[in-house]
Ligand binder design. Sequence first.
Ligand code: UDP
Length: 311
Amino acid sequence: MRTVITGGAGFIGSHLCDALLAHGHEVVCIDNLLTGSVDNIAHIRDAKFAFVDYDVTNYLYIDGPVDLVLHFASPASPIDYLRWPIQTLKVGAMGTHKALGLARKKGARFLLASTSEVYGDPLIHPQPEGYWGNVNPIGLRGVYDEAKRYAEALTMAYHRYHGVDTKIVRIFNTFGPRMRRDDGRAVPNFIYQAIHGEPLTVYGDGSQTRSFGYITDLVRGLLMLADSNLNEPVNIGNPQEMTVLDMARTLIEICGSKSEIIFRELPEDDPKVRQPDITQAKAKLGWEPQVDVHDALRLTVEWFQGEGSRR
Ligand code: UDP
């Protein structure tokens, strides 16, 4: 198997590179390092691995056969896509077009990294794949949400019109080693703050909920989906829901920290609830999360205290 992964130097992408190489794939990792980092792939010493520093919104030329294209390139944390709004829209639209074009030309399978953000601030809870979502197209988060919704539409069009064997994963909140401590998300923010004795910044009153899953569970699900015959979107996430305030308290406890919690303004269009309905993943892939969230948070804290602290 020869796999091309866009965004391969990112948090999720780099864990996918490791998993694919462990499964014996040859891996071509493409990333323009806008939000990814070579730190995430520097440990890879494998003749089957190649890194290309390239912006996938431009024409993609890859020599030789390709069996699988994984399109993971995109700023993905709220502060990243607020900082890079045009790039986010471009990689969701033009980048997805180029990645699909590559898959079509090579006769490769294609997997799009989509997101629970396609459900916006959901009016149905938990969110099944059949829910169309509640997205503000012109809000600050719209650049990401609409880019991914367009990417899904384009992917289905390539499947229906060109017959490309495409898959779409809707990824829910995921954490683990290699998250950037400055990517602005709740888990790395809280861990960094707790470790350094700084106050944990909870936005709003912290009653908004998220369902946090661990990176290894996600990667396992992604590989199962890539191997499947499914073409419809599939939610991958851990349905264990908690409030953001509970997450802050849990991380203070795990870090053995004396930090206090302070409250800050809730960002625009911040979803009030989020929880994946994983009926499809269970029934059609036989996938469900295996890692206990507390154990996973402990592992992530250890990483931030060790290797992560040197970044
Ligand atoms: N959040 C917070 N404090 C932070 C960072 C995030 O309270 O320092 C909140 C954020 O407003 C959201 C939740 O935590 O309600 C999850 O945010 P994250 O950026 O991790 O991901 P999202 O699910 O919003 O994409």
